[in-house]
Design a protein around this ligand. Structure first.
Ligand SMILES: [Zn+2]
Length: 190
């Protein structure tokens, strides 16, 4: 008899039709709660497993289609029923934040706080300690999400039209070996 361990809540990637159906069922533009399924093993020790997040219906298809390296979903509509261990979430302005270079280019300073308990408290920290920066980051995030959603739509449209481009040809092979210098021919002395 084959015994399988039951998959944890929401750890199955929803199909695009399932996602579309769900999005259609959402009334108005009400933000939906989704849960992050990235544990420490997925993120170099940064535990977000079970962390709730608010998501606009227009962004949902993109979020729900996000996959981990093993093909399981990054986000779920189902609450896995656990929350990450508290106290090691970093401020958005932390020097190690993945967007640090972008934020630096936008003129945002750094903050080394990294013992925040959860997403909600990080939001609170941002609003009380870095109000201006929080507004700048929010508008950046919104633009990025719109851009990604547009990109996704374009890709879906292209796929449906059967216009997926062939992969580009591999570039010509260029050797990086130093060229062998031809020895100067010297006249044989006889
Ligand atoms: Zn901070």
């Amino acid at each position: 008899m084959v015994t399988e361990t039951a998959p944890k809540a929401g750890e199955r990637l929803m199909s695009q039709p399932e996602i579309q159906q769900y999005v259609k069922s959402v009334e108005g533009n009400e933000p939906q709660t989704i849960y992050c399924l990235l544990g420490p093993e997925d993120t170099d020790g940064f535990d977000n497993y079970g962390l709730p997040s608010q998501c606009l219906p227009s962004i949902l298809p993109m979020k729900l289609a996000e996959k981990k390296a093993d093909g399981s979903p990054v986000w779920s509509l189902q609450d896995p029923g656990v929350r990450p261990e508290s106290g090691h979430i970093q401020c958005l302005l932390h020097p190690d934040h993945p967007n640090r270079e972008i934020y630096r280019a936008m003129g945002l300073g750094t903050c080394k706080k990294e013992n925040i308990k959860n997403e909600y408290e990080r939001e609170l920290h941002m609003q009380t300690k870095h109000k201006r920066e929080a507004a700048v980051i929010k508008s950046y995030d919104e633009k990025e999400e719109k851009r990604k959603a547009m990109e996704l739509q374009t890709r879906i449209a292209e796929a449906m039209a059967g216009k997926l481009k062939e992969p580009e040809e591999a570039p010509l092979y260029v050797s990086d070996k130093p060229k062998v210098k031809r020895r100067k021919r010297t006249k044989k002395e006889t």
